[in-house]
Design a protein. Sequence first.
Length: 229
Amino acid sequence: MKVNSEVTFLSQQLMKRVFLYVVGLFMLSFGVSLSIYANFGVSPVSSLAYGLSLITGVSVGATTIFTHIIYIIIQMIILKRFDMKYALTQLVIAFVFGFFVNATISISTLLLPVAGTIVLQCVYLALSLLLVACGLFIYTNAQYTLMPYDELTQVISTSYKMPFGKAKIIGDVSNVIIAIILCLTFLKTMGSIGIGTIVAAVSIGKILGIVAKKFQPQMDLFLKREELI
């Protein structure tokens, strides 16, 4: 009886965490799509992928997968080892996220009015920041493998013995600089970089902190281990 109860509990926990992970990734992707739709510049995390999309004409989902593959390769170079299972897990996550990005861009295009005014652009930008923060909160609480970009930040932090926040800043700044160089070279414009990029860099962490403070107790309760009978 106790063994059956434990198996049931573990199955429920797995389902809960998979559910949180998928919902979190979807919300993240919708946040990215809305930031693109707002046309104010995307967040540092998405700046390189969107910049490559503008340059090549390839879908944002496809360039997102491509950039995440690069992040996986950089991880392997820093760690000086190749872990097939580790790489494949992140690769699957990258493909799922890329698919979600393309899907949410299509949904936004079909259902939402074009951001023809500054007011509507600001509304979309605000919604994108909220969705990204909520998506991060939900998907990280699932406690599975991080997406390649976030995993790379963790690898940099651990390998070079620096605070995660500092590693995050280094990663974000590097992403934005590369995106700017590519966009100026091929498009002669800032492309994926704009005021929205700065707003996202400054505010997402703060919004995430507010969301976590307000909803972490409910999240802990949702994932709480129940007594086995």
